[in-house]
Design a protein around this ligand. Sequence first.
Ligand SMILES: *[C@@H]1O[C@H](CO)[C@@H](O)[C@H](O)[C@H]1NC(C)=O
Ligand SMILES: *[C@@H]1O[C@H](CO)[C@@H](O)[C@H](O)[C@H]1NC(C)=O
Length: 444
Amino acid sequence: MFTTMRQLFFLSLLGLSSTWLWSLAGAAPLDGLTSSPDASGAAAAAAWPYGPFTTSGRDIKNANNETIVFAGTNWPGHGEVMIPEGLQYQSIETIVTKIRSIGMNAVRLTYAIQLVDEIYANNGADITVKAAFAQGLGSVNGSAVYAQFLAKNPQFNDQTTRLQVYDAVAAELARQKVYIDLDNHMSRGAWCCSDTDGNAWPGDVDFNEQNWYRGINYMANHARNWPAVVTMSMRNEFRTPNASPELAATKYNWAEWYRFEKIAAAQIHAGNPDVLIVLSGLNYDTYLTPLVQGTAFTPGTETFNPTGDFAGFSEKLVLELHNYETGATSCSGLQSSMSSKGYQAMHAEISTTKHVMPVLMTEFGFSQDATEWKKVYATCIADLLTKEKSGWFIWVLVGSYYIRSGTQDYDESWGLLTHDWSAWRSPSYLEGGLGPLIKATSSG
Ligand SMILES: *[C@@H]1O[C@H](CO)[C@@H](O)[C@H](O)[C@H]1NC(C)=O
Ligand SMILES: *[C@@H]1O[C@H](CO)[C@@H](O)[C@H](O)[C@H]1NC(C)=O
């Protein structure tokens, strides 16, 4: 198989263990590893999304050399149920229509590696959504919420699997021309993120490194069937693994980060050579300075070498930053700190910029009330994104979660939508802040 051979080639270059290689190559027929959709560049470029995308300096370009700027939102699916949120309250079509209705052109769709681990553990078959609701919410509440899910989305039935729900979400996003950034958010399906959640760093309690590579490769390959997918992130928000003190003391550093990011990037590229690959920094993805400035990945001496270490796909690499300094009082202070933390990658003219690359702000957010959006933080981020013409995804679309941190039907005060996903939570923000930001940035 094309993918398997190519994957083996990449992995063997990287010196991964042959046992693990064979476990991949010899795996029972898993849909993600055996499907080989037609993805010829010429055919793909003839229709939306006019892929594959590449980077050109600070810009993301489609196959027609048009600059693409994402203006979108996070749509989580990495919670305990492990399907995209909100489907017990609204249909997929209704939710996508809402996103499109305000002019957003992109969604950062998140998933957990546990979903893929369970497919492997179940001889290649994904578990049903029915079972997933019972697993995530308990059998009593799980079956009640599952019934709501079916009532709102009657195209599904008891045989529908979690990945089939992802497929349907991806198909509807494509139908309405909304790009997907497919994001691995967690290993274990659960709310993210804390230092002590066991998912902070490869080797942490719930963050098996090999399963991670296997999972992102599987999802990259699976998502080749999704026309809308144009970027994939390797992993959301690396952070100090304080559930594993020895790991935190010995391995939480840039040298280790560079080691595993090279492997992870090759995994995604092997699974889907068309997607852009998104790199997330340290301390909850709040800084990427050594990469951007080309200084040593300490405690080692290696420096970022895109053409050497990502040979053949160095023009697929994109950076992502998060910012939640919601109490900021100085916009100039916030913007200059964001510059040295990574945004300077969009500015070749800054003398310390070594690598010019696109930067996406894949998370920022705040309480969706009548006033928060008028304060320094929210207006300053909007100003930065408008000046930079940098793609962005606000946290978060959801009105409520199936379950978050043990609370079912958790109301999300930061959510763009109301509890039942039926209306915008802060109409004044939509009119005075979010709408204008979309209009000023969205492109393609
Ligand atoms: C792509 O567009 C840029 C301007 O945005 C132009 O400078 C460049 O020559 C174009 N490249 C090709 C291959 O057409
Ligand atoms: C089950 O749902 C009810 C409300 O529908 C809620 O009060 C209860 O806490 C839920 N059970 C669990 C275990 O979360």
